[in-house]
Structure formats: C-alpha cells, structure tokens
Design a binder for this molecule. Structure first.
Ligand code: COA
Length: 321
C-alpha cells in the first residue's frame, strides 16, 4: 500500500548562554530598540566551546526519539540540515548516527541554508513514500555564531544557535494524518544576496556571512507568499483551512507579512524569533517542538511550514499533524 509520512516525535536543544540585545549594544554601535523594531529579536542563544552542530543535533534527536517512543535502532535514515558542520566530512548526520549508537541505515547532510529543514523534511518524505525508509530522523542544527562577523552590526545581531529534530514515520496513505505536500525551489542567480564568503575550498576568504538585507527581505516576502499559495493550491485548500503557520524565524516583519496574507491571527502563528533569533535550519523544528509540547498545536490540525534562505532557496511543507 502507498505510504504517507507522519510526524511522530519532536525535540529541541538550545545552548545555555543567552546574549541579549543590551549585551550586544555594549560592544557594537547598535541598540535594543533598533534590533527589536527591525526584527522582533530580543535575545539569542550562543554556543559554548563544547557545543557543535553534532552535539546539539544529537541532543535534539534524542529528545525527538523519546517523544516518539522509538529508539535509534528503529531509525533507517538520519538527515541533517546544516550550513555549519563540525567538519567538511564525514557528514554531521554520520557523526550523529554514531553518537546515537547506530551502525545501520544511512545518513547525509543537506545544505540549503535557512531552508534546510524544509529540504530535509521533503527528502525524508520522498524516501518514505518510495518505501525505502520506515522511520527517519530529520534534524536542523546550526552554530551561526561561528560564521557571523561579530563586528558587522548589520548581520551578527540577527542570528542564534540551536538544534531541532523530528521523527518521521511511514503510515498508510489512507491515514488522514501526515505530510500532504512539499514544494522546493532554488535560484542560484540570487546567490550573492546571502552567502558565506569562502569555506574549506577557499580558505583565503573571510569565512563570514554576508547579506544584502533589503534585497533578501524583498525576495522573502514575495517568494514565501507565492510558496504559501503553491502549497494550498496543490491540495485544493484555502487560507481558511490553515490552523497553524510555523515559519522559518528570520524576522518578525517577514513572518507577519505571510500571516497577513493568510489572514491568520497572531495567536495561530508560532513565533520564537524573539527569543531564539534566526537559527537557520534549526528554527522550524525548534518552533514546532515548542508549540507541540506546550499543547498549542493539536493532533489533526493543518500546519504550514515555509522558509527562505541563502541560495536563494525556498519552499514549504504542508502537514496534518
Ligand atoms: N544597529 C543599528 N543600526 C544598524 C544596524 C544595527 N544592528 N544594522 C544596520 N544598521 C544601520 C545601517 O548601517 C543603516 O544605516 P545608514 O542608513 O546610516 O547607512 C541603517 O541601519 C539602515 O540599514 P538597512 O540595512 O537599510 O536597514 P533595514 O531597515 O533594511 O533593516 C534588516 C535591516 C537586516 C533588519 C532587514 O533588511 C532584514 O530583516 N532583512 C532580511 C534579513 C534576513 O531575514 N536574512 C535572513 C534570511 S534567512
């Protein structure tokens, strides 16, 4: 029988250290007021010396497994969305496999910047629908504090560190719960709007995140709006059918723009950007984890997730929890 992917476990991890806007204002020409009014951010978590994409992703994965009532032995694939891996290779996914005690199955990383979790979830869905995989761990784990230029006030104030994970399990297509549709896009001609300047292949470069903030903002509003329409049209659904928006958490003004388009009241939008800032590929699974565990999102509700990131990459996942 044809398969569908159901989200059955949720987990998150945030590093202990919290850096407030006020603290940043003691070392940069910025202010809490500027950051809050432009972005909605009041603080961010920043990795300690021991925290890495692998260690944080492992913690989030363990919590998601516990929620699902499954063990690592039940997992067939580990997919990790990250732009800040510990090493060029082995993949963070493989390191996390080992940390979880898995020597079976397979794992690999997905590089789609802030859209990474959407891309990884869509990949897991494809494996499950094809019958190749029964249970998948999908993780977003990022340490942007190690790629931002802490002297560039235009970018460093926007990002934070953390990890989120979901367990996705195969169910029969007749099940009304699960992923209804996924839509992915990328356009490399806009690659210079948001990028990391160099990597292991170009060690002479700065290695810092660079961004044309205004252009990214403009693309985000337009592309996420069309993404939302694409996801709903594909299923013959309307804005009124959406119970929850769980967006990538880059900027409250972008989030509110999409919510307004959907005519969704603020209490139906999961927001963490105020406390987490932009944790890139980790932001959606962290937000999902929070809203499922505190009882806001209930079983059977229709959840729309969307993201845009460097690439540019963008996309959506529509799921009935
Ligand atoms: N504190 C104080 N002033 C700052 C600042 C900061 N942290 N960062 C930038 N500024 C200054 C700029 O230097 C500029 O000053 P100038 O006019 O004297 O040159 C002024 O504020 C306006 O800068 P600008 O970049 O035009 O501001 P903006 O209104 O576009 O807001 C962003 C900047 C980054 C908040 C906004 O463009 C944005 O959110 N873009 C999307 C970014 C994003 O979400 N990226 C991730 C996508 S995954």
């Amino acid at each position: 029988m044809a398969k569908r992917s159901r989200l059955v476990g949720f987990g998150g991890f945030l590093p202990e250290r919290v850096v407030t806007n006020e603290e940043l204002a003691t070392r940069l020409a910025t202010s809490d007021e500027w950051i809050r009014t432009r972005t909605g951010i009041t603080q961010r978590h920043v990795a300690g010396p021991e925290d890495t994409a692998t260690s944080m992703g492992t913690r989030a994965a363990q919590r998601a497994l516990e929620y699902a009532g499954l063990s690592a032995q039940d997992i067939d694939v580990v997919l990790v969305a990250t732009s800040t891996p510990d090493q060029a290779f082995p993949a963070t996914a493989v390191r996390i496999q080992a940390a979880l005690g898995m020597t079976h199955g397979f794992g690999f990383d997905i590089a789609a910047a802030c859209s990474g979790f959407i891309f990884a979830l869509a990949t897991a869905d494809s494996f499950i629908r094809s019958g190749q995989v029964r249970n998948a761990l999908v993780i977003g784990s990022e340490v942007y504090s190690r790629i931002v230029d802490w002297e560039d006030r235009g970018t460093c104030v926007l990002f934070g560190d953390g990890a989120g994970a979901v367990v996705v399990s195969a169910t029969d297509e007749s099940d009304s719960h699960g992923i209804l549709s996924t839509h992915l896009h990328s356009d490399g001609t806009t690659g210079d709007l948001l990028y990391v300047d160099g990597a292991v292949g170009q060690p002479e470069k700065s290695g810092h995140l660079k961004m044309s903030g205004r252009d990214v903002f403009r693309h985000a509003v337009a592309k996420l709006s069309s993404s939302v329409d694409e996801a709903l049209n594909a299923e013959g659904l309307t804005y009124a059918d959406v119970d929850w928006l769980v967006p990538h958490q880059a900027n409250i003004r972008i989030i509110e723009g999409v919510a307004k388009k959907l005519s969704l009241p603020a209490e139906r939008v999961v927001v963490t950007v105020d406390r987490h800032a932009n944790t890139s590929a980790a932001s959606i699974p962290l937000a999902l984890d929070e809203a499922v565990r505190d009882g806001r999102i209930q079983k059977g509700e229709l959840v729309l997730m969307e993201a845009l990131g460097g690439g540019l990459t963008w996309g959506s996942v529509l799921v009935r929890l």
